[in-house]
Design a protein around this ligand. Structure first.
Ligand code: GLY
Length: 418
């Protein structure tokens, strides 16, 4: 099979690498890609937000399957254009991707499907915002009702900060605060059959101890040793399958990767958000532990034949990713800083360095974005996987590099209580 991965980030590197290791995949192409993806795929130029251009590239390369990584091309209708060109595409239609693209739409689908989520109000005026903040009380949860790359959400006890964030958005969703640990549970679906992946957890704040502003994600691990038995079955029954069924009932079936961001609250499991694509950085450790070949699962989801493919099987042990971000992230980012130590990190047992915001500058690999790398490692248990990943992090250096030192620490020490 010939595959084409669309995107430039760590998620796309992890997916392209998994496809390159799949014996059923003869060729991996990627566009636009990055220097890490170039190690496992042939790179091509394309504007990932141009549906016609992506479809034309897929036709020119005569690929059998296109895998669209990020949300923006999905919302722009890239998957629709590829399918219209007669090529299988992993990723939902533009209409179905509204599950991520519009928080208000997602709330409407959840209400219709009976999916447990935080109570929420959609607000467009300052008066509505004030009333909703009064109704729910602190901590305040204010979400930009649009694509914001995981950074459009403010959770704060500071009422003025909540009001200011709302004022900067056209439409906001204000929600009840959800207590309890968060879980990212992804599912592959063809619009009818749903195969959950292993649960993962990511770390959204920039600093240790979940301090500082939200980011796109500073690290992740899987599986979750503290997750209750039966969590995956419960979420499949109460969240994933009803959502997929409701989307089909509306005539806009969701086929691709349904990302359920969950909070395990004192009142039960609640959906915090849906995304319409693989999460980043959760995909990095998930792909490191996936034992099944990836291409049959993605092709099955893309072509309505997922039930004919065996469900995913996982390797024993744990995996985690630690993100290295550039100077100034998340407010800004720094480009052109020379990265050293990549080969040394890769040489460590069980360690793989996933590229996100990197570029080539002559013989050097340099920073080219906020999240630069995700040092990913596997180990027999979470402590060993952490030790390996942080040994990799210690090898890598660039001016202004920042990372969290506590990715999966509480879980490895058995300190996460439900
Ligand atoms: N891990 C957060 C995201 O992918 O949105």
């Amino acid at each position: 099979m010939k595959t084409l991965v669309i995107g430039t980030g760590g998620r796309e590197h992890a997916l392209a690498r998994a496809l390159s290791l799949d014996p059923g995949v003869a060729e991996v192409h990627a566009a636009p890609g990055n220097p890490g993806i170039a190690d496992v795929a042939a790179l091509h130029e394309v504007d990932p937000l141009d549906p016609a251009a992506v479809a034309a590239l897929a036709q020119r390369l005569a690929v059998d399957l296109v895998v669209v990584g990020p949300e923006a091309p999905l919302v722009a209708g890239v998957a629709d254009a590829v399918r219209e060109a007669g090529i299988a595409c992993f990723g939902p239609s533009g209409e179905a991707a509204r599950l991520e693209g519009s928080k208000a739409f997602a709330k409407d689908v959840m209400a219709a499907a009976g999916v447990p989520t935080a109570e929420a109000r959609v607000c467009t005026t300052p008066a509505e915002v004030e009333a909703a903040l009064d109704a729910f009380g602190a901590p305040y949860v204010v979400k930009d009702d649009g694509l914001a790359a995981g950074k459009g959400v403010v959770v704060t006890v500071d009422r003025q900060e909540a009001v200011d964030h709302a004022a900067g958005c056209e439409r906001v969703v204000i929600e009840d605060y959800l207590d309890g640990p968060e879980v990212s549970l992804f599912a592959l679906t063809d619009g009818a059959t749903v195969y959950p992946l292993q649960p993962a957890q990511d770390f959204k704040r920039i600093f240790d101890g979940d301090e500082g502003p939200n980011t796109g994600g500073m690290g992740a691990y899987t599986p979750l040793p503290w997750a209750p038995a039966g969590l995956v079955d419960e979420v499949l029954r109460d969240v994933l399958q009803p959502t997929v069924d409701e989307m089909a009932r509306r005539g806009t079936p969701f086929a691709g990767l349904l990302y359920a961001g969950l909070a395990l609250t004192s009142r039960g499991t609640r959906v915090v958000e849906f995304n319409a694509r693989f999460g980043d950085p959760e995909t990095q450790p998930l792909m490191a532990l996936l034992d099944s070949p990836l291409s049959p699962l993605l092709l099955g989801a893309a072509t309505g034949t997922l039930a004919e493919v065996p469900p995913p099987v996982w390797k024993d042990g744990s995996a985690l990713a630690v993100v290295l971000a550039s100077k100034g992230y998340p407010e800004t980012s720094s480009s052109g800083d020379v990265i050293s130590g990549l080969a040394e990190a890769e040489a460590l047992d069980g360690v793989h360095v996933v590229h996100a915001g990197t570029a080539r500058d002559g013989a050097d690999v340099v920073t080219a974005g906020g999240r630069v790398l995700a040092v990913t490692a596997v180990g027999a248990d979470l402590s060993l996987a952490r030790a390996a990943a942080y040994a990799g992090v210690a090898e890598i250096d660039f001016d202004g590099a920042q990372h969290r030192t506590d990715i999966a620490l509480a879980a490895a020490q058995g300190e996460i209580a439900l």
